[in-house]
Design a protein around this ligand. Structure first.
Ligand code: APR
Ligand code: PHB
Length: 385
């Protein structure tokens, strides 16, 4: 089998790359470890920056997003018994976010790929990249896929980054002493917008997926197990961390999904090795507090598509040679913002009282200074690069 771009991984990065390349007349094949149902059901985050909405819309996969996505023009920071709205319409006029589940983006992309005759092979157990600095090819299930370049879109635990010889990549990591328990519930949202709550009991986030479905996150110990959280405990802890301001009542209902996500910051440099280009979680991970993961993946593959199209159309490798450095500028901005939001809003077991006061003092600054609130808003809705 032969193609131009061999893509490993059918997450948002791999699927969008395949679609964007298709729109530029470039052939690709996507090899995915799991089955279609798993990829479409995997509950993940759900905040799309303006730039991401623009890319998906321009790529012709924005119809359902436009119909079902929830545009938001602000978020609330809640701490010390009060809520503080970060008003995007005032601080970053014309820019907003859209709440739309990542699995919905994946469903839309898979449907668009298949409708366009795109090649996605699901359930491929043993993908292996070869000859990354020569004539790259992928082997899987006794088959061979020859290609001009390989796109590693196989996430943090994938095979592509791992195939790069030792010493060729430098990794930067930071682990956090806690995790997030994510909860999907069949109940109407308890507020119009997202609420980021910092409490002495730990962080909590109120989010949503639709007028009928709410999404919540609770800061829990690092190695927490889902089964330690029966529904009643989830609702009583969410109430304890969110019902901290007058007039707010948490709506409760059946929990339909819950999972624990580790909190990690991770960057690989460079995001390229020979004819292998890493994108999305295969190259970098951010803690979800800044809602940047999906948006970074979309920005990477938008950049990679332009660079590949230029190479195929003109023979110039300038874009490909600049791919890693250009992406990493944006990646480190998102890394800092996500680390900063995580430190600002979570409680650290080993925190001394002085450290705690520093956190709330910083929150007081962010919620009272237009300059500081604008910085948060600008990063949250997505920097214009
Ligand atoms: N062979 C083939 N496919 C693989 C392999 C492998 N060895 N290992 C992993 N995969 C697949 C996974 O099953 C998954 O479908 O690669 C895909 C990677 O998708 P994601 O993890 O969603 O990563 P990415 O597309 O980069 O999207 C980043 O995902 O985790 C969120 O917060 C993150 O929002 C960000 C987004
Ligand atoms: C979500 O809705 O899943 C979500 C929202 C904001 C975040 C992370 C996740 O920071």
């Amino acid at each position: 089998m032969r193609t131009q771009v061999g893509i490993v991984g059918a997450g948002p990065a791999g699927l969008l790359l395949s679609h964007l390349l298709h729109l530029r007349g470039i052939d690709s094949v996507v090899l995915e470890l799991r089955d279609r149902d798993h990829c479409e059901r995997r509950v993940r985050a759900g905040v799309l920056e303006q730039g991401t909405v623009d890319v998906l819309t321009a790529a012709g996969v924005g119809d359902r997003l436009r119909r079902e996505g929830l545009p938001h023009h602000g978020i609330e920071l809640r701490y010390g018994g009060a809520g503080h709205r970060i008003a995007f319409e005032e601080l970053v006029p014309g820019r907003s976010i859209t709440v739309y589940g990542q699995q919905e983006v994946v469903k839309d992309l898979i449907a668009a790929r298949l409708a366009a005759g795109g090649k996605i092979l699901f359930d491929v157990p043993d993908v292996k990249p070869h000859d990354l600095t020569g004539s790259p090819y992928l082997t899987f299930g006794g088959e061979v896929l020859e290609c001009d370049v390989i796109a590693g879109c196989d996430g943090f635990h994938g095979v592509t980054r791992a195939a790069v010889p030792q010493g060729e990549l430098t990794t930067f990591e930071r682990d956090y002493p806690f995790a997030w328990l994510g909860v999907l519930a069949r109940v109407a949202p308890s507020a119009e917008e997202l609420i980021y709550a910092r409490t002495p009991r730990g962080f909590a986030l109120h989010s949503m997926r639709s007028p009928e479905i709410s999404r919540f996150y609770l800061q829990v110990p690092k190695d927490e197990r889902e089964d330690a959280w029966p529904d009643e405990r989830i609702w009583s802890e969410l109430a304890a961390r969110l019902e901290t301001v007058p007039g707010f009542a948490l709506k409760t209902g059946p929990v339909i999904e819950k999972s624990v996500t580790p909190m990690r910051s991770f960057v690989t440099e460079p995001m390229r090795y020979g004819n292998l280009y890493l994108a999305g979680d295969a190259a970098h991970i951010v803690p979800p507090t800044g809602a940047k993961g999906l948006n970074l993946a979309v920005a990477d593959v938008t950049m990679l598509t332009d660079a590949l199209a230029r190479w195929y159309e003109t023979g110039s490798a300038e874009g490909l040679d600049a791919y890693s450095a250009t992406c990493l500028r944006r990646v480190w901005r998102a890394q800092h913002f996500s680390w900063w939001m995580t430190n600002l809003l979570h409680t650290f077991a080993d925190e001394d009282p002085y450290g705690e006061r520093l956190q709330t003092a910083y929150l007081d600054y962010v919620t009272s200074s237009t300059a500081a609130a604008t910085t948060l808003a600008e990063n949250y809705v997505g920097m214009v690069w």
